[in-house]
Every structure is written in structure tokens, then in C-alpha cells.
Design a protein around this ligand. Structure first.
Ligand code: MG
Length: 394
């Protein structure tokens, strides 16, 4: 058989939502007083956009093969990512066979090792990897979940991330994860407000609905421990990303100190098998949350997941919509998935990468049938109404 080869690689930047889901307009819950490591500066406390959370924008990668199939990948990396794809990674991709995914990952990772390893470079590599899996799926006319070994369940069940867990419950989700609003800089008064918010939500959703706090790297061990113990009374299921991602030692300590019924979760800003190896070998958490668009793509997520399985840890990827769903469908240690509520008031279900993709499936009554994913590749298309900007060529 003849295997198609890669002919063209193109990288575009798009503004306004999409993979850079923080790039939203005014009055969106995702930019309304969420606690961050920058909250200690009063001028950057109210809005994450004020310190630049949306500075990158979405990176869109197209990889076209010798038969005219086009693979699509998206991530958060903007113009820096577009430069890396066009000026650096394209040399490995063009001319390679569409099946050379493992080799291409290794070449891109090792060739960028001197300036890469984590962050925007691995975001970029992840986006390319997603485009490669999408392309291979289109060549083989198979969904990505089939190429990953096939689904182990008939449907996915979701928890919702957003400001309104009470509304998420009405929409059929199994849990709701709220952003923490106050951190160490706001002292005991802020901690009290955090707990009041949790108590209020608990009173609205009843005893059995999951409630979680997403702390977005904003706390320290002492504060996170106090928060966890104060939250126990209200049945907090997990405390997420309480500490900066590099503080593996802090996470290990925190996991020992939280109530035994509460999970410590983290990993959305961690990358590669080596980063997650640190989290697992140091026993930093109970559940890891790699983002398939940031951790190294599907190729790397499979390795991270195998490592987690051997350590008895759950893998529930951060956000990333269909790119996660195809993976979650195939793993026994991914029993549920995250859905980011991107409606400005978190009061309805809209596609997570809105408006960038077409055919993006969304949960109905908190669930998604795997059959909804039965299209070649990841099964999504670029919305032609999104304005693509190609800042570099090669
Ligand atoms: Mg999070």
C-alpha cells in the first residue's frame, strides 16, 4: 500500500474565543474576579485579562497531505506558536508519511529541547500532534478514538466548570467546579467569603452533587490546607491546582494534609511524561488533569495516562473539548470528562471552542454518546467565518 506524505503545513492565529478560551469579551464569568498568583497586586485582582491571560490567542494548524486530506489542530499559542510551526517544525513534517506520528513527535520535541520543554513550545507541539492524528483519521476514515484502541464505554458523562454549579445541576451534569475568588492576599476575610460561596452552592444543589474549587495556582500550602478543612463540612470533592505547578513538594505535603475524603487534583499546566512523572512519583495528587492541547498532544497523553494507570491515578483531561473526548472514551482510568461552560453567565451549554469549530459536539443532559464522535479524525471543521491570520510562511 502507498502511504500519503505531508505536503504543506500552515499555521494561523485567531482572536476571540476558540482554543484560547480566556480570550472573551466583557462581562464573562471567566474573567470576573478569579483568584490567581497575580491577585496580590490590587490592580490585577479583578480581571485576568488585565495581566494578559488572553495575550496569546488561538493557534490553528493545518497539515495537508499528498492526496488532499487536511488535518486540523488547535491550541493556545498564538503568533509565537505560528512562528515555531512555520520556521522550525515544518521541516520535519513536510515530506514525512502521515503515519510517522511517533517519530515526528520525537523530532519536534528534541529539536526544540534547548528552548522548549514546557509552556508555549509544548502547546505548539501539541497542536501539531492533534493535526497529525486528525489527518491520519481522515486518511484512514476512522475516528481518533478508534485509532486509540476503541471506546470502552457507550457514552461520556461530564462535570461542568463555571460560575454556576446550581444551573449545571439543572442541566444534567454530575458536578460543578467553581473558580476560587479569594486568595492569601485577602486574608481570613477572603477565606470566609470562599466558604460562604461554597455553602451557598451546597444549599442550592443538595448533598449528592459534586462541588469542587479550581484555585488556578493561586494558593500556598498553609492556605490551601485551611481552605480544604473548612470546606470539608460542605462536601468539597476536590481542591484543584491549589499551588504553582513547579511546587511538587508543596503538592505532596498538601495531599497529606487535606481531609482523607477530599481529592487533590492538578496538572493542567504540566507537560510531558517527565512532568507528570514528578507529580506521580512524589504522590502530589489523586487525579491528574493534563490538557491534550498543552501537555504534548494525544501521543504524549497516552504515555502520561499509562504512567497514571500504573500509579493508580485517575486521568481527567482539562477542557479541550473533542480533543479530550476521543481519548477519554478509550481509557478505563478516565471515568468522566470536564465541560467548560463558555456561555458568559454559565447558564447554558455552548460549544467549548465557540466560535472556532463547526460540528463540535456538546453534552446533552450532561452526557455525550460516543456515536456522536464517529466521524473521521476528531470530526470537527474550522468555522469559515473566523478570520484566520497567517503571520509567517516558510
Ligand atoms: Mg483548572
Amino acid at each position: 500500500m502507498s502511504i500519503p506524505t505531508i505536503k504543506h503545513v500552515r499555521a494561523y492565529v485567531v482572536r476571540g474565543g476558540g482554543a484560547d478560551y480566556h480570550d472573551q469579551g466583557d462581562s464573562h464569568w471567566i474573567d470576573d474576579h478569579i483568584c490567581t498568583p497575580m491577585s496580590k497586586y490590587p490592580e490585577y485582582c479583578q480581571s485576568r485579562q488585565s495581566f494578559g491571560i488572553n495575550v496569546l490567542g488561538s493557534l490553528v494548524i493545518e497539515i495537508e497531505d499528498s492526496e488532499g486530506h487536511v488535518g486540523l489542530g488547535v491550541t493556545t499559542a498564538g503568533e509565537i506558536g505560528a512562528y515555531i510551526v512555520e520556521k522550525h517544525f515544518a521541516r520535519f513534517l513536510e515530506g514525512a508519511r502521515v503515519t510517522d506520528i511517533e517519530k515526528l513527535w520525537d523530532q519536534m520535541f528534541n529539536a526544540s529541547l534547548f528552548y522548549g520543554r514546557k509552556g508555549v513550545v509544548i502547546n505548539t507541539l501539541s497542536g501539531v500532534d492533534l493535526a497529525l492524528w486528525d489527518l491520519l483519521g481522515k486518511v484512514r476514515e476512522e475516528p481518533v478514538h478508534v485509532m486509540l484502541g476503541g471506546a470502552v464505554r457507550d457514552e461520556l458523562q461530564f462535570y461542568a466548570t463555571g460560575a454556576r454549579p446550581d444551573l449545571a445541576k439543572d442541566m444534567g451534569f454530575i458536578g460543578g467546579k467553581m473558580p476560587l475568588q479569594w486568595g492569601p492576599a485577602h486574608g481570613d476575610e477572603g477565606l470566609k467569603k470562599n466558604i460562604e460561596k461554597l455553602a451557598e452552592m451546597r444549599s442550592r444543589v443538595g448533598d449528592d452533587f459534586w462541588l469542587m474549587f479550581d484555585c488556578w495556582m493561586s494558593l500556598n500550602v498553609e492556605y490551601a490546607t485551611r481552605l480544604a478543612h473548612a470546606a470539608q463540612e460542605y462536601g468539597l470533592k476536590w481542591i484543584e491546582e491549589a499551588l504553582p505547578p513547579d511546587d511538587y513538594w508543596g503538592y505532596a505535603k498538601l495531599r497529606q494534609q487535606v481531609p482523607s475524603t477530599m481529592m487533590v487534583t492538578t496538572g493542567e499546566h504540566e507537560a510531558t511524561r517527565w512532568g507528570f512523572r514528578m507529580l506521580m512519583e512524589m504522590d502530589c495528587c489523586d487525579l491528574i488533569q493534563p490538557d491534550v492541547g498543552w501537555c504534548g498532544g494525544v501521543t504524549e497523553l497516552l504515555k502520561i495516562s499509562a504512567l497514571a494507570d500504573a500509579h493508580g491515578k485517575l486521568v481527567v483531561p482539562h477542557g479541550s473539548s473533542v480533543y479530550s473526548y476521543h481519548f477519554v472514551a478509550t481509557r478505563h482510568n478516565s471515568p468522566f470528562a470536564e465541560f467548560l461552560m463558555m456561555a458568559p453567565q454559565a447558564d447554558k451549554v455552548v460549544p467549548m471552542f465557540n466560535p472556532l469549530l463547526l460540528d463540535e459536539p456538546v453534552p446533552v443532559n450532561g452526557r455525550l454518546k460516543i456515536s456522536e464522535l464517529d466521524k473521521p479524525g476528531f470530526g470537527v471543521r474550522l468555522n469559515p467565518e473566523c478570520k484566520l491570520h497567517r503571520p509567517y510562511t516558510h
